[in-house]
Design a protein around this ligand. Structure first.
Ligand code: HEM
Length: 526
């Protein structure tokens, strides 16, 4: 789960610590650490020298001269927001640029045309994931997010098949699954509303959205106050929040032995173990016991049945129980943080732009009325609400750098040579904030997603789920969830700012860009 390189703000703040430590060791006495450092340096210089001689064509432009061991890191603005840094680099270097992080080449793709050319037209090469130290340690080469080639195709193909056969994507199935969680959330909100308590939606939405995907994976839900559920979800959140810090290990794996776990690697591993030992393995054992029961119909049961069939027919396969642990973890990771953070952003925008909230409510009144709650069948009748969700997704930049890709082999893109072991960053932020496309990208304006015919206008450059064969397999489900949660909350409550300061539009960028914690006041409308 989750083990891909994304140069978050954390990575850029982690490197100065690393560079400082390197300087200290160089000047210090001989200790196991200096020996460790010396061998890392020697290995790095050797690889570096070998690489320099291997390049067959011009690499994408870079910010200057790279040095052994650190590459271009000494030239990058450490600690700055990578989105800002990449925008500046793009202005100077063009749509495709590169830099060495240690001795590993990182290539950044910017703008719709270049990203489409890579992920769609050259999908066979660009649909790989980069092989990195941390991803290998955490995923053990298994699952969906961190696999490539035939193994990835089989695991991802399974997920898509299972989702189809379980009816995920069908309005009737999803209406029920999501509605159960929405109703529970609304009950909880009613209590806060009655007691005039402000609500911090962040943790509530995380638990609620996780329950939807858990019911798809394991066939049952948890009570929102179940301690085990809360424990496991905290572990997942911890992984998301600290994963970015581990990135220096991808370039200098030896630093994992430093005392005090400064890059939070062991903390991440520990939290992943909590998730797997308290949720995934026990669920697997339970499913194995009940597999004969025809009622058991969920992702895990479907996977186990397919493994049995393949074993029986002696079909070669990558599907096994160890892979199932990672597949289940990947689907849970994908299906919890991104959609719940997106919903939280939408609510935040409703408070920052009350006129948009009122317009959404008016649309709900006109097409749903006060006597019933919204359902997925109402989607086509509520285009402004849909447009508002899309605009919040674009403006909030939830997954600004997607998940890093890799290359199946050495390749060429727009005349530049890209070596097979490069890490490829897909800069979705550059597409969502392109002035040529949007005119005024900094402005929050749902109308940009409304057509003149009063219907939702789908824009090809709106790509929060990425593009090509590696694009998010949960898109359909996420869109249904976002619609039902947001429409139900806005239908029942007027949301307003709690306290004198409005919630900040500045996010917290880790693996994804989440809102900073904030609380809202609720007033019941019906
Ligand atoms: C608003 C909600 C969501 C957003 C913005 C989002 C966005 C993304 C993005 C940008 C990627 C990376 C694509 C790439 O590598 O180019 C991705 C991958 C993925 N997402 Fe989502 N996602 C969302 C919801 C979901 C849901 C609900 C699920 C599960 C049902 C899910 C499961 C996954 C998985 C398993 C991958 C890895 C795919 C692969 O490596 O082949 N996501 N998502």
């Amino acid at each position: 789960m989750l083990e891909v390189f994304v140069p978050s703000r954390d990575v850029l703040t982690s490197y100065p610590i690393l560079l400082q430590q390197l300087q200290q060791w160089v000047g210090g006495a001989t200790t196991p650490l200096t020996l460790l450092f010396a061998s890392a340096l020697l290995g790095s210089v050797l690889t570096w020298t070998r690489r320099q001689g291997q390049t067959t064509g011009p690499l994408p432009p870079s910010p200057g001269t790279a040095l052994p061991l650190v590459g271009h890191l000494h030239l990058l603005k450490m600690g700055s927001d990578p989105r800002v840094m990449f925008s500046e680099m793009r202005e100077k270097l063009g749509d495709i640029f590169s830099f060495y992080a240690g001795n590993r080449l990182v290539v950044v793709l910017n703008g719709y045309d270049v990203i489409r050319e890579a992920l769609v037209k050259k999908a066979g090469v660009f649909s790989h994931r980069a092989h990195t130290f941390v991803s290998q340690e955490m995923a053990q080469g298994k699952g969906i997010i961190n696999t490539s080639g035939a193994e990835w195709r089989e695991q991802r193909g399974f997920m898509e098949r299972a989702f189809r056969s379980l009816g995920i994507g069908r309005t009737s199935t999803m209406n029920h699954k999501i509605q159960v969680e929405v109703d529970c959330l609304l009950d909880h909100l009613d209590q806060s509303c009655c007691q005039r308590q402000p609500v911090d939606f962040g943790p509530l939405l995380r638990l609620s959205f996780s329950n939807v995907i858990i019911s798809v994976i394991y066939g049952h839900r948890f009570e929102l106050d179940d301690p085990k559920f809360n424990n496991v979800m905290t572990a997942l959140k911890n992984c998301f929040e600290t994963f970015g810090n581990t990135e220096p290990l991808n370039f200098f794996p030896a630093v994992r032995f430093l005392p005090g776990d400064p890059y939070r690697f062991w903390f991440c591993i520990e939290n992943m173990n909590v998730l797997e030992s308290q949720l995934v393995y026990p669920e697997l054992a339970e499913h194995e016991k009940n597999l004969g029961d025809a009622e058991t119909d969920d992702v895990v049961a479907t996977y186990l049945r397919e493994v049995m069939q393949k074993q029986k027919s002696e079909t070669p396969t990558y599907m096994d129980k160890e892979s199932l642990v990672k597949v289940a973890g990947d689907i849970l990771a994908g299906g919890s943080e991104s959609p719940s953070a997106t919903a939280n952003w939408v609510l935040l925008y409703m408070v920052r732009f009350p006129q948009v909230q009122e317009k959404c409510y008016q649309e709900l009144l006109d097409h749903v009325g006060k006597d019933r709650t919204p359902t997925l069948e109402d989607r086509s009748r509520l285009p402004y609400l849909e447009a508002t969700i899309m605009e919040a997704q674009r403006h909030a930049d939830v997954g600004p750098l997607a998940m890093a890709h890799g290359l199946a082999r050495d390749t060429e893109l727009r005349g530049f040579h890209l070596p097979q072991d490069a890490i490829v960053i897909v800069n979705i932020h550059s597409v969502h904030y392109e002035v040529e496309t949007w005119g005024d990208p900094e402005v929050f304006r749902p109308e940009r997603f409304m057509g003149e015919d009063g219907r939702v206008k789908r824009h090809p450059n709106f790509i929060p789920y990425s593009m090509g064969p590696r694009a998010c397999p949960g898109e359909q489900m996420a869109r249904m969830e976002l619609f039902l949660y947001v429409s139900s909350i806005l239908h029942r409550y007027r949301l307003s700012q709690h306290g004198p300061t409005p919630p900040s539009l500045e996010g917290r960028l880790t693996l994804i860009n989440s809102p900073q914690p904030f609380s809202l006041s609720l007033e019941r409308r019906c």
